[in-house]
Design a protein around this ligand. Structure first.
Ligand code: HEC
Ligand code: HEC
Length: 91
């Protein structure tokens, strides 16, 4: 067995530690981006518009009776996730 000096061993281990942490953070970002992008996008109508304020969305999807209920907790912004799409455009 050829002995690796202690200092060298420590250096290799710290580099490995940093690599594992970086990979985990990067993967988490990818999963988060994928999850946000998977939110269904409503078809653009008079009430599904990019400039509709969030309280109006909530009026139907949280407090109101029209439209499907939000399947997640109450948030005060919808835009980046549920960006309305044109009817012919896929989700
Ligand atoms: C006037 C009530 C009303 C308002 C305001 C409204 N919606 Fe809707 N929403 C509906 C109804 C009704 C449906 C179901 C029929 C449809 O898809 O158009 C729906 C469907 C949806 C869906 C599901 C689409 C799918 O394919 O599953 C999402 C997501 C959604 N709305 C988000 C929003 C967002 C974000 C806003 C604010 C910009 C908003 N809604 C404003 C009534 C409303
Ligand atoms: C961080 C991103 C994000 C934000 C912000 C957000 N949503 Fe969602 N929303 C999602 C995801 C992802 C789903 C799908 C989750 C699921 O199927 O359980 C979803 C599901 C929904 C659904 C159910 C659609 C269906 O067809 O069943 C409605 C309605 C909805 N959201 C409305 C809203 C409204 C209104 C707002 C703003 C007040 C909002 N969301 C904010 C990510 C988001």
């Amino acid at each position: 067995m050829n002995a690796v000096p202690k200092e060298r061993r420590r250096f290799i281990n710290s580099r490995r530690f940093i690599a594992v942490i970086s990979a985990t953070v990067l993967l988490s970002c990818c999963v988060a981006a994928w999850h946000f992008a998977s939110a269904p996008r409503p078809i653009e109508t008079s009430y599904h518009r990019p400039d509709t304020p969030a309280y109006r969305c909530l009026g139907c999807h949280y407090y109101g009776k029209s439209g499907p209920k939000m399947t997640h907790r109450l948030v005060n912004f919808c835009y980046p996730c549920h960006r309305p799409r044109k009817a012919e455009q896929k989700k």
